[in-house]
Every structure is written in C-alpha cells, then in structure tokens.
Design a protein around this ligand. Structure first.
Ligand SMILES: C[S@@+](CC[C@H](N)C(=O)[O-])C[C@H]1O[C@@H](n2cnc3c(N)ncnc32)[C@H](O)[C@@H]1O
Length: 274
C-alpha cells in the first residue's frame, strides 16, 4: 500500500469522527496505515480512497467494524499498565474484602482485546485470595469487546510469551500457564473458567450486568468527549454501590468527577461510585 495521501487521511479522520465518534490523531497516521493494510487486502481495495468510497455505499458487510477494529486495536500486554493491577491488589480488593468478607467479586473488563487483561485480573485476584485467606471468595469476570477476531483469540487462550513480558514472572508462568509449544503457553483451565467473553459495543446502551469493579484501559482515548461521557455514564450505571472504576492513565475518567469519589494512590487513581 502506498503512503496515505494527506487528503485521504483527513477524509478518513472525518469519516471516523462523524460516523463512529472516533478521534484518529494526526500522529497515528503511520500506525493507521499499517493496521489498515489487512483490511484493504481482505476487502480487495487498492487504497484508502477506495475504502472511503466503499464505506459510503450500502451493504458494506462488516467493513466499518473492520476499520474500527484496525484503528482502535493495538497489542494488549500481560499485566499491562502496572498501576491498574497495583490498584486492584492494594486498594480495591482489600476494600471490598473489608466491606463484605468472603464475597465473590464481579469484574467487567470492558475492552478486553485478545484476553490478556481479563486473565491478568483473574490471576491477581487469585494471588490476593491466597495471600489473604477468607478475604474474597474468588471472582467472576465478564470480558467484552467489539472485535470478534480478538475474542476468538481470547477464548483460545494460547499466547506467545517472550522475555519482554515482565509481568509474567517465572512463578506466574508455573502457576497460571501450561506450556504448549516452544514459547507458546496456554492459560490454565482454572483461570480460564473465571472469565466469560462476550461481544459488546460500548457505544450501545446495553448494560451487561452489575459489577463491583469496571476496568477499562487504552480504549476511551480513541473517542470524542461526547462518546466518552456516554460510555463513562454506562460504567457508572453498571457499578454496584461503592464499586470501583479503574481506568488506564489515558481514559480520562475525570470527565465526570461528580459521580465518583476520586482516590489518589501512589500507584494511580481509582474512582469509587458515590
Ligand atoms: C488498545 S485495545 C485495549 C486492550 C486492553 N484494554 C489493554 O489495555 O490491554 C482497544 C480495544 O478496544 C476495543 N474497542 C474499541 N471500540 C470499542 C467499542 N465501542 N466497544 C467495545 N470495544 C471497543 C477494540 O476492539 C480493542 O480491542
């Protein structure tokens, strides 16, 4: 694929903003170009100009969704943003255990991509439970995303784990994974059974249930202020009283301070439903 022309990139930015509420930054041009290459190949389109033309026609058969997937998807990492997992282990789980000892904690991983985030959460809850017997009874995690292909990978739970995945220590590998092939590991069934994967678009009004914790990292950043506000309001509605929203550092939950008690910790900021 040739380099995207400035005028085509601007047209793509306008399409994504107006049709999907997605903000494609100027600086993301190179990345968008790489991510869209397979969409062009799959739909036999020669250029972004052709893509925009096809998006304007009826009967697009998933093309719009494929474009959204491509521009909002980036690799997910095990124990991604350290602050999210530290907040969970050091603030949120201890508080829930104090308020309701022995409770089963329900958690929503709201844009789970290929599963690393919800499985990491399940592992952290298990570690917490082992260190604090009687604190929580375990967890049930709902992991949602719009991307069907990402959810398929997540359900399969086979991953290449290289030495750069610092969060997956030798101890965690031993405890939570079993080797499948050279460098390939599968999440063990006891962890897999804690996570249910479901297709869900955060822009739609459906609430998938009530939760003690909602985790959303590296996703809202793609959306306009208006869409972000609507999604954050949905997270608020999905939380049990006193439940926690744990956003990634780019998720800007400060958009609605009146709805949450803001808890600043050395490891990041958590938001407790008022
Ligand atoms: C960068 S990934 C974040 C992955 C994960 N939360 C993490 O930090 O490791 C963004 C994910 O958001 C998903 N996504 C984007 N818009 C969405 C929407 N409207 N509803 C649900 N998921 C969405 C994409 O499919 C993609 O999997």
């Amino acid at each position: 694929m040739e380099t995207i022309k400035t005028s085509d990139y601007q047209a793509l930015q306008i399409y994504l903003r107006d049709a999907c509420g997605i903000l494609l930054r100027d600086a993301a041009r190179g990345l968008a170009q790489r991510q869209l290459r397979s969409v062009l190949d799959n739909y036999q389109l020669a250029s972004i100009e052709d893509l925009l033309e096809r998006l304007g026609k009826p009967g697009r058969s998933g093309l719009k969704e494929a474009v959204i997937d491509a521009v909002t998807m980036s690799e997910s990492r095990w124990f991604g943003e350290t602050s999210v997992f530290a907040l969970l282990a050091e603030l949120v789980l201890p508080d829930i255990a104090r308020r309701a000892p022995g409770k089963r904690v329900s958690i929503w991983s709201a844009a789970c991509t290929t599963g690393q985030e919800p499985y990491s959460i399940a592992m952290v809850v298990n570690e917490f439970r082992d260190k604090n017997p009687g604190s929580v009874a375990g967890t049930r995690i709902l992991a949602t995303d719009t991307s069907r292909s990402a959810l398929e990978v997540a359900r399969r739970a086979h991953y290449e784990i290289g030495p750069d995945e610092a969060g997956v220590t030798a101890e965690r590998k031993e405890r939570f994974f079993r080797p499948v092939d050279k460098g390939v590991w599968r999440v063990r069934p006891d962890i897999r059974s804690l996570v249910e994967f479901r297709e869900l678009n955060l822009l739609q009004r459906t609430l998938p249930g009530k939760f003690d914790v909602v985790v959303c990292q590296n996703t809202l950043v793609y959306y306009s202020a208006e869409k972000r506000k609507a999604i954050l309001a949905r997270f608020h509605a999905a939380l049990n009283p006193g439940g926690y929203l744990i956003p990634g550092s780019s998720e800007l939950a400060d958009d609605m301070p009146e709805l949450y008690e803001i808890i600043e910790c050395p490891n990041g900021t958590a938001y407790r439903k008022k």
